[in-house]
Design a protein around this ligand. Structure first.
Ligand code: TXA
Ligand code: MG
Length: 324
């Protein structure tokens, strides 16, 4: 049975003790709920892969509470430091070369034996206190079954991972709602591996040129980019300007005509609001649509600017053919 904790100090302390003893705990970050384990403990990290059904070649993001701690594990470049100072704590993950001179080792299972490591400092009190109290770097993927929709509430985590993990800390719904942006700084040119909660425009203002990596070409580098992901059970149809009666509608802005099941990501066409609602609404439409015997989910067009890039990325994967 999975314990449900509140976000009080004493319950975060209990969760930290579980982490220190090799257990796995889900906790809210500003992006999505993560499933955390002590990143230096291989057995604990293996539990994450088992609970999620995640392929072992897909590495995890390592979460820290302080910059000084983080840079003991990865090489500090000028650009990394500049981005870190501007965006951390926050929804940015940097892929950096690992340091080899640190006596404390991150489990190679967490980094899938790569020479690089994905790192970030999350921006919720709960996440940072969990890391501080456990005194460990925390490996944490999104707290969903592999290939499914990421969780933006504790309830989503409970529905999928109850009995598979030791505890969930409920800190309410996530503020950003889509995962962190992943920027790879280990190559000659900074490369965007996943659009997310920090916009490409904001990063470009600091980095200058950013290469955009294409999922098909980068399977090995970032397996989370495999095309079918975030998959609801119902098929998803994108950029719709008409809906059929046997479809649910996921609207954005002024909705198109539809009398059946529908949800609007943001009636004011606000991309931050849409990102916040995205995963919960996809889950709702999927569950209710199936109960009503509907055949699919039709999604209205969403502009690919700001957070729209991350939203469209997740929806494209949700709509991709289910080959894996
Ligand atoms: O917002 C987030 O990033 C959330 C919260 C919990 O922090 N975490 C998250 O983790 O989305 P996950 O495991 O669902 O996605 C991490 C992605 C995967 O696509 C993985 O392949 C990639 O990061 N990744 C991890 N380490 C990497 C590395 N060294 N090089 C390239 N990609 C890496
Ligand atoms: Mg994930």
């Amino acid at each position: 049975m999975t314990s449900l904790f509140s976000d009080s100090l004493s319950e975060i302390q209990q969760a930290a003790t579980i982490i220190q003893h090799g257990g796995i705990v889900a906790f809210g970050t500003e992006t999505v709920y993560g499933l955390g384990a002590d990143a230096t403990n291989t057995k604990a990290v293996e539990k994450i892969y088992r609970a999620k059904g995640r392929p072992s070649f897909n590495p995890l993001i390592i979460h820290f509470a302080e910059l000084e701690h983080l840079f003991q594990f990865v090489q500090k470049t000028e650009l990394a430091y500049e981005l870190a100072s501007k965006f951390w704590p926050g929804a940015l993950t940097l892929v950096l070369n690992q340091r080899t001179d640190n006596p404390i080792k991150i489990s190679p299972i967490a980094t899938a034996n790569l020479s690089t490591m994905a790192v970030r400092i999350p921006n919720t009190r709960v996440a940072r206190q969990l890391i501080q109290f456990s005194k460990k770097p925390i490996a944490a993927p999104s707290a969903n079954s592999s290939g499914k929709i990421s969780p933006s509430t504790a309830k989503h985590v409970f529905q999928e991972l109850n009995h598979k993990i030791e505890a969930i800390i409920d800190s309410g719904p996530c503020q950003v709602g889509v995962e962190s942006t992943i920027l790879d700084l280990s190559r000659d040119t900074p490369t965007l591996l996943r659009p997310g909660g920090i916009s490409l425009e904001a990063l470009t203002s600091i980095c200058g040129t950013i290469e955009i990596s294409h999922p098909i070409e980068t399977k090995i580098i970032s397996p989370g980019q495999l095309s079918s992901h975030y998959a609801p059970s119902l098929p998803v149809r994108l950029n719709c300007i008409h809906v059929t009666p046997d479809e649910a509608l996921l609207a954005f802005g002024h909705p198109i005509e539809h009398t059946g099941l529908s949800k609007n990501l943001s009636i004011n066409a606000n991309l931050e609001e849409a990102a916040q609602n995205l995963f919960a609404y996809l889950r709702d439409l999927d569950a209710q649509g199936q109960a009503l015997g509907l055949k699919g989910i039709a999604v209205m067009p969403i502009p690919q600017i700001g957070l729209g890039l991350a939203i469209c990325d997740r929806l494209t994967r949700a709509a991709a053919p289910r080959t894996i």
